[in-house]
Ligand binder design. Structure first.
Ligand code: NDP
Ligand code: 2IT
Length: 448
């Protein structure tokens, strides 16, 4: 583990003390502060006026009750969250996660990461995140709708196209965004398209937003491979998860000539040496909302491994695209022994700190989530642009912008790592390049 700078250690100690028990948030803060020592040495002014202390403290945190009635007529209670972390660069922007594991520490980690990710896109968006401990698994469309309506009935007063613009994340896709938007419109009596992104195409959504996170991550990794004269062509890839990010990661890898041989959900993973049949995965996950294990009943030659680690499957490129801390030090060791050359994080913070350290020590190219998965939020910002100008771009136009943004993020992370004396360290490159942009805006605005 990188040693933390002596000026930053008391700041980290204070964050640890004031946010005790919020494991994921503390993990995310520690990683960023480990990168900032080199910046403060070169630009001590960025630490003036307690800037780093301020960046670690959300501007506003909202926690609320979400009561709703299930199909059996029972009243259910969930907890809703929105952490408006930093608005130096634009309105708070970041997804909503509906998953039973959600708590304030998880939302704060995601909101904190979002600040730097959004800064890296170069677009005018601040950082925020929200969600609920609601479990959508097995719920009817009616239950999902009533939950979303109740959630928005409290949250709407804190949102606005110039204030805070949520989108999807785990458990929140186009269906949920539709219900949330409908209720926002009804409560405010305003057709304010730019208040949510990830909308359906018929009511203000952007083409390529659905594909953007996965496609963007593959554009990033492809650019990273190119620095060593390589590409996806002929490579074996493993992509964890089988949700929005995983599906469109698989799609783009295939388009670039790679072969994805395994994907997963929280129950287990499938291996198909012939290459994952993506149409079948889409049918199972997007249409039937089923489990990935169903794949093996429909595709001969494939097999399913319940529990177990998907990272045991040998591959050249690994793209963890499910959830935080899903790839441990042990998994990293296995991947390295099996000859992995590149790891690109589609999920937010999927690799544990030990796994990141092992990859970097082994010379594996490693693309951290806040850079590699920024294509989703970047395309959300493009959706906001289209809404503001009451325009709608073609798929090709939008994907072209996405590809250019991802290449730019890659190149800026690489150049920043080089500038700070650690060429090839995309973790430092992403943290520093994102931080500098936010820091300059915050210092210009005074102590707020
Ligand atoms: P989805 O809900 O569409 O899919 C999530 C996938 O991850 C499912 O296969 C799910 O399996 C699996 N998963 C979720 N939680 C766990 C868990 N605790 N353990 C094991 N597997 C789990 O979400 P997304 O694809 O949108 O999000 C995936 C990751 O990408 C998240 O880290 C998210 O923050 C990140 N991300 C998403 C963006 C987006 O635009 N959607 C943008 C940038 C990052 P199961 O069905 O069994 O729960
Ligand atoms: O983690 C993320 O960047 C997202 N879930 C997407 C956020 C967004 O506002 O599109």
């Amino acid at each position: 583990m990188t040693k933390i700078d002596e000026k930053l250690q008391p700041i980290l100690d204070d964050v640890l003390r004031r946010n005790a028990g919020e494991t994921e948030f503390l993990q995310a803060v520690q990683e960023v502060l480990e990168s900032l020592g080199r910046v403060i040495a070169k630009h001590p002014e960025y630490a003036d006026h307690a800037l780093i202390e301020r960046i670690c403290e959300p501007e506003r945190q909202i926690i609320f009750r979400v009561p709703w009635v299930d199909d059996a007529g029972q009243v259910q209670i969930n907890r809703g969250f929105r952490v408006q972390f930093n608005s130096a660069l634009g309105p708070y922007k970041g997804g909503l996660r509906f998953h039973p594991s959600v708590n304030v520490g998880i939302i704060k980690f995601l909101g904190f990461e979002q600040i730097f990710k959004n800064a890296l896109t170069g677009l005018p968006i601040g950082g925020g995140k929200g969600g609920s401990d609601f479990n959508p698994r097995g719920r009817s469309d009616g239950e999902i709708m009533r939950f979303c309506q109740s959630f928005m009935t409290e949250l709407y007063r804190h949102l606005g196209e110039y204030t805070d613009v949520p989108a999807g994340d785990i458990g929140v896709g186009a269906r949920e965004i539709g219900f949330l938007f409908g209720q926002y419109k009804r409560l405010t009596n305003r057709y304010e398209a730019g208040v949510l992104t990830g909308k359906g195409l018929v009511y203000g959504g952007s083409r390529a937003r659905r594909e953007a996170t996965g496609y963007g991550a593959v554009y990033f990794v492809n650019r990273m491979l190119a620095t060593r004269g390589e590409g996806f062509d002929g490579k074996r890839a493993v992509v964890s998860g089988s949700g929005n990010v995983a599906i469109y990661t698989i799609e783009k890898i295939r388009e670039f000539g790679g072969k994805v041989i395994a994907c997963s959900d929280s129950n287990g993973y499938i291996v198909d040496e012939a290459g994952i049949d993506l149409e079948l995965v889409k049918e199972i996950k997007e249409i039937r909302r089923g489990r990935i294990s169903e794949y093996v009943d429909l595709k001969s030659g494939s097999h399913y491994v319940e529990k177990g680690s998907i990272w045991d499957v040998p591959c050249d490129v690994a793209m963890p695209s499910a959830t935080q801390n899903e790839l441990t030090g042990k998994d990293a060791g296995t991947l390295i022994r099996n000859g992995v050359t590149a790891v690109g994080e589609g999920a937010n913070m999927p690799s544990t700190p030990e796994a990141v350290r092992l990859f970097q020590e082994a010379g594996v190219m490693f693309a951290p989530g806040k850079a590699a998965n920024a294509g989703g939020v970047a395309t959300s910002a493009l959706e906001m642009q289209q809404n503001a100008s009451r325009d709608s771009w073609t798929f090709e136009q939008t994907e072209e912008r996405l590809a250019a943004i991802m290449h730019d993020i890659h190149d800026r992370c690489a150049a920043t790592a080089e500038e700070y004396g650690v060429p090839g360290d995309y973790v430092l490159g992403a943290n520093v390049a994102g931080f500098v942009r936010v820091a300059e805006a915050m210092q210009a605005m005074g102590v707020i």
